[in-house]
Design a binder for this molecule. Structure first.
Ligand SMILES: [Zn+2]
Length: 423
């Protein structure tokens, strides 16, 4: 079992996951990125997907022609049933069968042959798409199954068709489950029955690109939809909309963690289908804290404050450093809540010191003032650790010190700072 929690990455069509490396650079050290590739929607296998809408139109046109033939009238009832049952053998969608069969007997021979050819080609296209998609889903499911062998549930980041494949892999399995799921350029239907996956997914962040043309056209393919451009819809207990991409959900602020909905639509007003991959910073600034369960803006603010504190400390500007440290110490952060004895960073650090010192049999400072000074000192050191961890992100992954990079997680930075005071 690896130290890092694993994150499965699923790409979309016409892609081998060119964005995987950027995401890996942003998460490396804190999460192990594992691509879940599939070949079924690379050229030339992707052709049925693009032909599918044409096939649908062809089927409708064929049906209409057949209907016209029916209106003209037919004298060959026996042939109708024979042709209908023959076509059933190649899985032609039911409603068109009698119409096409009637057209065959009501039209001249050449037209009838054309209709059969069109229907056969359209049916083959539709069947191929379903087969390819099912095959891709099984491949993703098999690979996701390997990640789920770790008792800690993996996360999943899926783009475009990858969202359909990832979610359907879960739907078709009774054993797979993931913690956090990030969807970009999602092509699932807006009214998706997420309750079917209750208990199997911890949280879904659907990044909605308002300029996502691919998602807007997705409903032309069966089972696909516009959730990537319009967001998921559902009861407020199931779906929330977040207008500020880096912000926290205002609706959830008033709810207990257990009452929060599974799905959050996060609106990116000027983003197209793949624009989240234009800047590597997107994965670093948004997805990294989200995978930890933190609002991105809080984490960014904390990182900036720590960087400032570290700079003041390096400059030996002790007066301003002390003021900055005091500000940080009295603030409440998402990663300091829920711990005894309180919610501020200072209280969290003090609890960490008490816990660690008790474990190694080390005495706490004699007075409250000395303990407060120790807390402040730990915050300064933690700020330094966070700054060093941030610097690691600028290095290639093969040169990266994973132990340092892990200190991007605030609790790890604080833990390392407390450890430093015990040496
Ligand atoms: Zn919410």
């Amino acid at each position: 079992m690896g130290v890092c929690l694993r994150v499965g990455l699923v790409h979309g069509i016409l892609s081998r996951g060119g964005w995987f490396e950027d995401v890996r650079r942003s998460l490396h050290g804190n999460f192990e990125c594992v691509p879940l590739p599939y070949w079924q929607f690379l050229p030339p296998f992707v052709v049925p997907l693009f032909l599918y809408p044409v096939a649908i139109l062809a089927m409708v046109a064929t049906g209409l022609i057949a209907l016209a033939a029916v209106l003209i009238g037919s004298q060959h009832v026996e042939e109708v049933f024979f042709t209908a049952s023959s076509l059933q053998g190649i899985s032609l969608p039911g409603p068109f069968l009698p119409l096409i069969a009637l057209a065959l007997v009501a039209s001249d021979e050449t037209t009838a042959q054309d209709l059969v050819l069109v229907a056969a080609l359209a049916t083959t296209t539709m069947a191929l798409l379903h087969l390819l998609r099912r095959s891709a889903m099984k491949r993703v499911r098999r690979q996701l199954g390997r990640l789920c062998g770790d008792p800690r549930r993996p996360h999943l980041i899926a783009h475009s068709m990858g969202s359909w494949l990832g979610v359907n892999a879960l739907l078709n399995s009774d054993t797979l489950s993931v913690d956090r799921m990030i969807l970009a350029g999602c092509v699932l239907p807006r009214h998706f029955g997420w309750q079917r996956l209750k208990g199997r997914i911890g949280a879904v962040r659907n990044e909605v690109g308002r300029l996502d043309v691919v998602s807007a056209l997705a409903p032309f393919i069966p089972d696909l939809g516009r959730a990537g451009v319009d967001g998921f819809r559902g009861d407020r207990s199931e779906v929330h909309d977040v207008a500020i991409p880096l912000g926290e959900c205002s609706l959830c602020a008033a709810l207990d963690p257990g009452d929060r909905p599974l799905v959050h639509n996060v609106v990116l007003e000027r983003y197209g289908h793949s624009d989240v991959f234009l800047e590597e910073l997107h994965a670093r600034d948004l997805w990294l804290p989200v995978l930890w369960g933190f609002p991105p803006d809080s984490y960014k603010e904390f990182g900036a404050a720590c960087a400032r504190l570290n700079q003041l400390s390096n400059d030996m500007n002790w007066l301003q450093a002390e003021q900055k440290c005091k500000e940080l110490r009295d603030q409440t952060w998402p990663w300091t809540t829920g711990y005894s004895p309180g919610n501020t960073l200072g209280q969290f650090v003090e609890a960490t010191i008490r816990s660690r010192y008790a474990k190694i049999g080390r005495s706490l400072p004699d007075t409250d003032d000395e303990l407060a000074d120790l807390v402040s000192w730990v915050i300064v050191i933690a700020g330094g650790h966070l700054a060093m961890a941030t610097a690691q992100l600028e290095m290639p992954t093969y040169q990266r010190d994973v132990n340092l990079a892990r200190r991007l997680f605030p609790q790890t930075a604080i833990g390392a700072a407390v450890e430093d005071t015990t040496v």
